[in-house]
Design a protein. Structure first.
Length: 457
């Protein structure tokens, strides 16, 4: 049992154990004709749960309901668990459950058996970006943290077993990074690190004292993570007694996790806890493709020259002007960076996530980049600006690999030379940006692969 809460520092908000809730916790209903066949009904139920709507009709559009590329991964994962063979490409090609059901098939029983982790594996492009140039002994402080409020009566022993089952099941949480003369590589340990779960007494603390205790313990837990020593995950349970909601802080080094991974981990943690409360052994759905196997295949694929056709695109992109107007000279470092936060109301958020994609047949990223591109173009006084973009990086590059339940850092970072006419109308701007994003090879994955995995020379 649990409910949604804000995330702590270095964390992100989440909706643990409330996957069917829409904005404000209310369930929405989407009209569009009832689903018919068995496959349609299964898909409609999955879409409703992932997208947070009460019902999904057979002809309702995935993106009009608020779907995006990351949610499509969840759709695929849950569909496969329900016995339906899908890929994210299928979701993008067939954007309603009626068409999708016609283009899916039942999984064979043998499909989905967990693949053995290769043990030692090369780095992925995003891991190279982070580790190249660093040496053993350098501070590797880069964590992702979730802070969850739990329902009163949470069983500490069952929660402990659930967390340990999570670490045992997902190899990325047991990864150790080693540096040799040949550079960095990763290897998966068979045993989980010691001290993953810490049970802390927080009974009798008022709100201010609890906040101080949580922040102090979280900071200490984040500093204690050391991927070189294989300590990539920590869990803190703040026990406030049987009648008060406890809190759980999960902190994981970014080398082992990304935003999509959190959705997998939190869903598995819920399932593991529910099973652990009954006293039964925890069994989680298999992970078809390990992170290490994906890293090995991607490196081999890149070194074979299979991605060399994308080099011209990235070379042209890198030649775009990157300088921005500066009011006064100063250091350009993380230490001097600042963040400006803007909160949108529910009506505006709904328009951004559902109405705009439906009207323009596009995705929310296209809308946001259109607004950013127009603003930067007017500020810079030119029609092309170079910006950095992130994608989830879980591309369907290999037909025999299934990443829908794989935990790891897959993020693809890539440059985008965004061309925007400052004086163009909104419709033309959005259409142009949409076309430019669709032209990016492999949604940016090949940029990092060619930069970090391709043999030099």
């Amino acid at each position: 049992a649990g409910r949604a809460v804000r995330a702590g520092r270095a964390g992100r908000s989440c909706r643990w154990w409330c996957a069917g809730c829409g904005p404000g916790g209310r369930r929405r209903w989407a009209p569009g004709g009832r689903a018919g066949s068995g496959a349609e009904q299964r898909l409609a139920a999955i879409w409703a749960e992932v997208l947070g709507v009460e019902r999904v009709g057979a002809r309702d559009n995935f993106f009009a309901l608020g779907g995006d590329s990351i949610l499509s991964i969840q759709i695929v994962s849950r569909a496969r668990a329900a016995g339906l063979a899908l890929t994210t490409k299928d979701v993008f090609r067939h954007q309603n459950v009626a068409e999708l059901a016609l283009n899916t098939s039942e999984l064979m029983e043998s499909h989905g058996l967990a693949e053995a982790d290769p043990g030692e594996a090369p780095l992925t492009p995003i891991q190279h970006w982070y580790l190249d140039g660093r040496r053993p002994g350098d501070a590797l402080r880069f964590t992702m943290t979730q802070r969850l409020e739990l329902a009163p009566g949470t069983d500490p022993a069952a929660l402990h077993r659930a967390v340990l089952a999570l670490v045992d099941h997902h190899a990325a949480l047991r990864t150790r990074f080693r540096h040799t003369d040949a550079g960095w590589h990763q290897e998966t340990g068979e045993q989980r690190p010691e001290g993953v779960f810490t049970h802390l007494d927080a009974t009798g603390l008022d709100a201010a004292a609890l906040e101080q205790r949580v922040q102090q313990a979280t900071d200490e837990a984040q500093r204690s993570l050391d991927p070189v020593e294989g300590r990539s995950v920590g869990a803190l349970f703040f026990d406030r007694g049987a009648d008060e909601p406890g809190q759980l802080v999960l902190t994981v080094h970014h080398l082992a996790v990304d935003g999509v991974s959190w959705r997998i981990l939190l869903a598995d943690l819920e399932a593991a806890y529910r099973t652990a409360r009954t006293g039964a052994p925890v069994e989680l759905p298999p992970v078809a493709t390990s992170y290490g196997h994906w890293a090995t295949r991607l490196e081999r694929h890149t070194r074979s020259g299979a991605l060399d056709g994308d080099l011209d695109h990235w070379t042209r992109t890198g030649a775009a002007p990157a300088a921005l107007p500066a009011g006064s000279p100063g250091p350009n470092t993380h230490a001097t960076a600042a963040t400006v936060g803007v909160t949108l109301d529910e009506r505006t958020t709904d328009a951004l996530l559902r109405l705009a994609p439906e009207v323009y047949r596009t995705q929310v990223n296209d809308v946001l980049l259109s607004a950013l591109g127009r603003t930067l173009a007017r500020w810079c006084g030119r029609d092309t600006v170079l910006i950095g973009v992130e994608g989830h990086g879980r591309e369907d590059l290999f037909a025999d690999l299934d990443l829908s339940r794989t935990v790891g850092w897959f993020t693809a970072e890539f440059p985008l030379a965004l061309r925007v006419d400052p004086d163009a109308g909104w419709h033309d701007t959005l259409r142009s940006v949409k076309e430019q994003l669709r032209a990016v090879p492999l949604h940016g994955l090949s940029h990092g692969a060619l930069r970090h995995l391709r043999p030099s020379g």
